[in-house]
Design a protein around this ligand. Sequence first.
Ligand SMILES: NC(=O)c1ccc[n+]([C@@H]2O[C@H](COP(=O)([O-])OP(=O)(O)OC[C@H]3O[C@@H](n4cnc5c(N)ncnc54)[C@H](O)[C@@H]3O)[C@@H](O)[C@H]2O)c1
Length: 357
Amino acid sequence: MSNVRVAVIGCGYWGQNLLRNFCELEGADVVMVCDFDPRSLNRVTRRYPSIEVTPSYGDVLANPRVDAVVIATPVSTHYSLAKQALSANKHVLVEKPLAQSASQVLDLMELSERMGKTLMVDHTFLYTGAVRRMKTLVDSGDIGQLLYFDSVRISLGLVQSDINVLWDLGPHDLAIMDYLCGQTPVAIAATGVKHLNTPYENVAYVTVQFGNNFIAHFHLNWLAPVKVRRTLVGGSKKMIVYDDMENIEKVKVYDKGIVQTHDPDRREKMLTGYRNGDMFAPQLEGSEALRLMAREFVASIVEKRAPLSDGNAGYRVVRLLEAAQRSIEENGRLIYLDQESLWSETSADTSTVAAAD
Ligand SMILES: NC(=O)c1ccc[n+]([C@@H]2O[C@H](COP(=O)([O-])OP(=O)(O)OC[C@H]3O[C@@H](n4cnc5c(N)ncnc54)[C@H](O)[C@@H]3O)[C@@H](O)[C@H]2O)c1
């Protein structure tokens, strides 16, 4: 089969990384780059003189040599650009989050199905060695029953001009949680605040509830003095700490827990003991996540199969973002997620979730 011919749309901070990975990927040829900004295009031409550049998206859509487009433009443009590409019979990879509302994602999914074209979202962390190793640990049963997922993603962030911290950083952790836990959330609550001279929240605390006492919490902040990228996955048998700032031992698995037994003398009394077993740091695969993500996009096109981070995965994440945004706007009100519609709301207006760090 001939190589998949790719065009990259938006070649700013992240688009350059995508461009490099697709250029290096066996089975793909980057034939075009499109960006409004002539400085971005000049940078591309200096580095990759054989790639055609254009400021016009119409040129890309009209080019029959382009099989697939990779969209790395601001979030507010994702839906429209992806829709145009699918309508022009191109496969589409969109940066996270896939779109700005769940209904937009459903629309893109329906269109990709109708056109017989791949729709994929770049949930980058699903392709990291750390998250893939955590997935095998969870799936093997080593961790036991999942109890909680707790993530902190904070730093002096790249403040975005069209979205808040929830929509910027939240997709990473929601996608990791969705992938690792594979459970259907029941309700979500979020609070967020604005401290910067923009209309968007720069701090957000999000809590997701599940039906079986599993709970997830997300702390997102663009205004923190230190960079923290840390996730805890608590299980009934073991617990995982994933620290993405660590260079070597990013994932540590702790054989720790609380053991409760009945007091033999007084049956109504519980005795609490602590299990302080070994910690081990599994060996992780070191490939660049974006390389694996790009490879998955091309493979899914060639093999005519759904990619790992397909439209459904994008939908599950955007649906949570949308409900969390709604909760922020309603001062932390608990929003019940419904399987039939996008969400239904609780009648109890008073229920909120404590969202302390
Ligand atoms: N997966 C990740 O880890 C990750 C990391 C950073 C950013 N991102 C995502 O990448 C996307 C881009 O973010 P960024 O930080 O690179 O932004 P950026 O502003 O640095 O780059 C965006 C580029 O798109 C161009 N552009 C905007 N609208 C366009 C249009 N209609 N046609 C052609 N070009 C257009 C701009 O000129 C700019 O060069 C966002 O969706 C963001 O969420 C993902």
